[in-house]
Design a protein around this ligand. Structure first.
Ligand code: ADP
Length: 442
């Protein structure tokens, strides 16, 4: 985007910042939602199993105790679970590898992840050593001395061990917490990097997205300013000629006929210009009515080409044409308009003795219209810009020939309305060739 501080271009810039901001907010929200999902699912993933094994262990212990199944050696106890037993006054009665171990007084063979001594050391007088009586059967999460535990407390009613009133199952979850934290940290780092990349990408993408709008706005502004400029010149001429006539009040019409003729020419020019502007404005607004019909292009264009042949030959040009019968869907009036623009230019930009050739033929699935001349030709620089509105290689000359620099812009619009392509090239050995390819639709 060029530097432009007009109201419209400021709006485009605003739009650009809005776009970047919206993209960023969208990225951010996506990451936040993903993050929440990640945290929730990793919590579920890491801790649900532990919760379940605590519950299974509770059920298992309760059943065994109530049924007095002390002949069972402990066999399905999760070997990470430690048990603390309390009396009615919430005094610790014992630590046990399993509750069952306490009752049948056998030592479990599997080593404790946390020995009884360790549990005693870390849990004595700490909150974890208290049974949450009011929260019996509830899983809680506690943290003491760097150890992280999940616990489940429940009431025990067994005639076999009357001094035991409560049991607390404890499982150390440092590993799970560390793994979860690591995953969350990695996620946060990845998110931050992706957000940064997203920010850069959104700047680039928004710039790209807004560029066509900025460009077309710039073109629109240039178009309006060029159009006003073009309208001003003939108006100024007409005004000065009319003022001139007014100063010669006593002169006859014959005497001021020169001024009148110039004024008329300029009015004619104005009328052509306004018609052309209207055509372009309509096509810009998509309000052009197109009358597509299945017609033979030879029949559509023959008359127009004949008229131009006559005019060209009167002007001393050689004119040849060769048109094939091609039936395809097109707007006859629009193609006539296109032909008029190209042939008018061909005559304008050729000299006495030059030749103009028109060839219309079918190539593959396209109808090709080729208008070539051996005239003054076009520079490479001009060729790049020739279809731009108001672009003229030599403004003075073009003005002298009545050109506004809108003809080829309109020609291109017509070709685009037919989904076709128009290209310009140098003719050999000199002059210009315009080639149009319109896809044949039947
Ligand atoms: P204009 O009404 O000025 O002819 P156009 O859009 O039809 O406007 O053409 C734009 C410019 O392209 C012309 O001013 C002229 O410089 C160049 N041009 C168009 N057709 C030809 C041609 N056949 N030979 C040489 N120059 C051409």
């Amino acid at each position: 985007m060029k530097k432009n501080n007009s109201y419209e271009s400021i709006n485009v810039k605003k739009q650009y910042f809005k776009l970047v901001l919206t993209n960023m907010i969208a990225y951010f929200l996506v990451f936040v939602v993903l993050g929440l999902v990640m945290i929730l699912s990793s919590n579920t993933y890491f801790f649900k199993d532990i919760e379940n094994s605590l519950k299974v262990c509770e059920e298992d212990n309760k059943t065994r105790i109530s049924k007095g199944m002390n002949e069972y050696r402990f066999n399905n106890q999760n070997n990470r679970i430690n048990v603390v037993l309390y009396n009615e006054d919430l005094e610790r009665v014992a630590y046990s590898r399993t509750l069952l171990n306490y009752f049948i007084k056998i030592d479990d063979m599997t080593p404790d992840p946390l020995s009884n001594e360790e549990i005693g050391k870390y849990l004595d007088d700490s909150s974890i050593s208290k049974v949450a009586i009011d929260k019996i059967d509830e899983t809680i999460f506690e943290e003491e001395n760097g150890y992280k535990f999940m616990t489940l407390s429940f009431e025990v009613n067994s005639p076999m061990a009357s001094e035991v009133k409560y049991c607390k199952l404890i499982i150390m979850i440092n590993g799970e917490v560390a793994a979860r934290d690591k995953i969350i940290n990695v996620y946060l780092m990845i998110s931050a990097t992706l957000l940064l990349l997203g920010f850069l990408a959104s700047i680039i993408v928004s710039k790209r997205a807004i560029k066509p709008i900025g460009d077309s706005l710039e073109k629109q502004l240039a178009f309006v300013s060029d159009a006003s400029h073009e309208l001003r010149t003939p108006l100024a001429i007409v005004q000065s000629k009319l003022e001139n006539i007014l100063t010669k009040k006593d002169s006859s019409v014959m005497e001021v006929s020169g001024d009148i003729a110039v004024s008329l020419k300029e009015v004619e020019r104005l009328s052509k210009l306004t018609n052309e502007l209207l055509t372009l404005a309509r096509s810009d607004n998509d309000t052009t009515t197109i009358d597509f019909q299945l017609l033979n292009i030879k029949e559509s264009l023959n008359n127009t080409i004949d008229i131009f042949k006559e005019m060209a030959e009167l002007d001393g040009r050689y004119f040849n044409y060769d048109i094939s019968d091609i039936y395809f869907i097109h707007d006859k009036q629009k193609l006539i308009e296109l032909m008029v623009i190209l042939l008018d230019n061909a005559i304008k930009y050729t000299l006495d003795g030059d030749s103009i050739d028109v060839a219309i033929y079918k190539e593959g699935n396209n109808a090709i219209i080729k208008v070539s001349d051996t005239g003054i030709g076009i520079s490479d620089e001009t060729m790049k810009r020739i279809f731009e509105r108001f672009y003229r290689e030599d403004k003075a000359r073009s003005r002298a020939t009545g050109g506004n620099g809108l003809g080829l812009a309109i020609a291109k619009t017509i070709v685009l309305e037919h989904n076709g392509k128009i290209i310009v090239d140098h003719n050999n050995p000199k002059g210009t060739v315009f080639t149009i390819a319109i896809p044949i639709k039947k």
